[in-house]
Design a protein around this ligand. Structure first.
Ligand code: SAM
Length: 253
């Protein structure tokens, strides 16, 4: 690869991931739309409907980036329950992404209310988040960028209240061989080229595609969630768009 990412030592992965997201921060939202043809919006809406938060829910949105999930969560609470007591903390390792998120919230009714806050830190160690303090934990398109996924899951378990729910939205594996072929061409050729054209940054998008390939398939990831102590319903995940993405979920009981 341009970055030789497959061969980097674990200790360097965190630094490289930070660099990638610092590079893409300002173009991040538009690139999501360009690369997915807007489908990421439908996935995220479905993700929040599946979470189905009740009034007053306290959510920790890890790898929250520019606040896309947080915004949808608060909008859902307002529109579905007329609730303005739900709270979300957008947690991310990258200050550039958080800055874009903060800026975005200034134009909303949530700005400068206790409904939204931002926190910088590593998903592998949620330092300032107490045990048993959250009703829900979400991580969307973030966990595959973490070096130790097992530590991320363990921390998610620690901070959730008993009865709390862990939910992860992530790119996953397409099983159908025909669709898989089309998807390969799209991701290996089209996405880096779009990154070059729209964001003038082929390497960062090349990395993003490779990180998707390296992430464990649905069943393996569901097992990791169980191993972290969560109780899962059924097989523990739902495929979206032929498995291009999947929602994994578990309860701390
Ligand atoms: N959740 C947002 C969304 O769905 O639009 C942003 C997803 S973006 C692809 C991935 C985010 O994960 C980036 O903002 C990046 O800074 C963050 N990230 C990567 N490694 C992380 C870590 N170890 N801890 C916390 N955040 C991390």
């Amino acid at each position: 690869t341009h970055f030789g990412f497959q061969n980097v030592p674990e200790a360097m992965k965190e630094t490289l991931v930070k660099q990638v997201f610092a590079n893409v921060a300002t173009k991040y939202d538009i690139m999501n739309d360009v690369m997915s043809g807007g489908v990421h919006r439908l996935w995220k809406d479905h993700f929040i409907r599946t979470l189905a938060p009740t009034p007053g829910t306290k959510l920790l949105d890890v790898a929250g980036g520019t606040g896309d999930i947080a915004m949808r969560f608060l909008d859902y609470c307002k529109e579905t329950h007329g609730d303005n007591t739900a709270q979300v903390t957008v947690f991310d390792i990258n200050p550039n992404m958080l800055e874009v998120g903060k800026e975005r919230f200034t134009k909303t009714p949530y700005h400068e209310t206790s409904q939204v806050s931002f926190m910088e830190g590593n998903a592998e160690k949620l330092e300032h988040i107490p045990d048993n303090s959250m009703d829900a934990y979400t991580i969307a398109f973030g966990i595959r960028n973490c070096t130790h996924v097992d530590r991320v899951l363990k921390e998610a378990y620690r901070v959730l209240k008993p009865g709390g729910r862990f939910m992860c939205l992530e790119f996953s594996k397409v099983e159908n061989p025909v669709i898989s072929k089309v998807y390969d061409v799209f991701s290996f050729d089209v996405i880096p080229t779009m990154g070059q054209i729209v964001a003038n940054d082929r390497d960062s998008y090349q990395y993003l595609v490779e990180s998707i390939r390296k992430f464990p398939p649905q069943k393996e990831f569901a097992k990791m969630i169980k191993d972290a102590g969560f109780t899962v319903m059924g097989q523990g995940y739902e495929d979206l768009t032929f498995g291009v993405a999947a929602i994994h979920s578990g309860f701390k009981l």
